[in-house]
Design a binder for this molecule. Sequence first.
Ligand code: AMP
Ligand code: GLY
Length: 426
Amino acid sequence: MIKRVLVVGSGGREHALGWKLNQSPNVEKILYAPGNGGTENNCSIKPTDIDGLLKVAKHKNCFTVVGPEVPLGEGIVDRFQEKELPIFGPDKQASQLELSKVFSKKFMQNHGISTANFRVFQNPDDALEYIKSKELPMVIKADGLAAGKGAIICRTLDEARIAIDRVMIKQEFGSAGNRVIVEDFLHGFEVSFIGIADGINFIPFATSQDHKQVYDGDLGANTGGMGAYSPVPMVSDELYEMILNKIMKKTVNGMRQEGREIKGVLYAGIMICNGIPYVLEFNCRFGDPETQPQLFRMKSDLVPYLEASAEGNLQSLDPIKWESGSAVCVVMASGGYPNAYERGKVIHGLNDAMKMKDIMVFHAGTENQGESIVTSGGRVLGITALGRDTQDAVERVYKALKLIRFEGAHHRKDIGNQALGYLGGL
Ligand code: AMP
Ligand code: GLY
């Protein structure tokens, strides 16, 4: 039975994971590596310092939960398994689904999972020639990890030239840009479909929707995510079943057939086009910020699900129970984010917001400095509210957000609007 948990990572997702796991009757302590200004028991070990993490997990006898994708790609799970230390997350073979978009697109093609038509290019001139032969917009994606910023929508040929130059020639995302996917642009609305797999079985989380672009109305550059809510009312029961069976379960099975059992999170970023779901990308870790509203609504204890995933035993568990209302998370970001931004700005009003009912402020890019909490990253806080319904949760979250201030702070004012528009039109 789990007693201590080591949460690897420093974002809002990791704060939310630790907060939720800490409510389990079986957990006596949560440690974070490295954590942030909102978390306690922080060990100053980077998520990529696998030797350092191994030492802490062994010494403190922890079950380890990995938040971000980079250590997964570096084989943290394989290293822990070699030492017989319990850990939640996919091994290196399985995390290929997130690490390489070329791998995941070919996987989908081979297993009949719907996704946008695409071609793979290693040569910038060939990529541009292909785009010239197609109707715009088109989407250019770096093959490897790019912190959620490697997909560029090109509405003109000039934009395509600039994107290819940035990704393939200037290599803004490093070797992640050695190969690119060029794919058709899909019109529709996006859903994050996330759940836990044990290699064979899959247990879904409640649906959620992220808001990737920096400005209201989905304008501006892509970010790691500026806000999210759960559930997504536009996902009908029929659509939910289609995603569960034709995408999620099919992916878990297909990966097993390829000798890459997914034990951990399976997250599909999906575009719904005319009622049909198309996979935009797969991730092998929880969403950030989707985790914040999802876990705020989760009534079940999370611990048994993570343990059963690692042990290949999910079939023994019931479906997860959720609060019937809605949860909304709005990210407050540093001035300038997602481009260069300043750090070290003192954050005011945190306690006032935290005193409000059904509000939780999850920290991300924050750190303690003397008596103050200051900004230390691009996405700083995830203000999260639980409400009777989406409207109620949206009203609560923006009321709480008004109480928090730091120099240069910006946030989106339209989180949840797609759901409100849909519900208003019903
Ligand atoms: P990805 O990293 O592949 O999830 O892409 C990041 C974001 O870019 C997505 O969440 C969408 O908002 C947008 N995007 C990616 N691929 C497409 C596509 N084929 N059509 C339209 N938008 C896309
Ligand atoms: N919110 C997007 C992601 O976690 O990839």
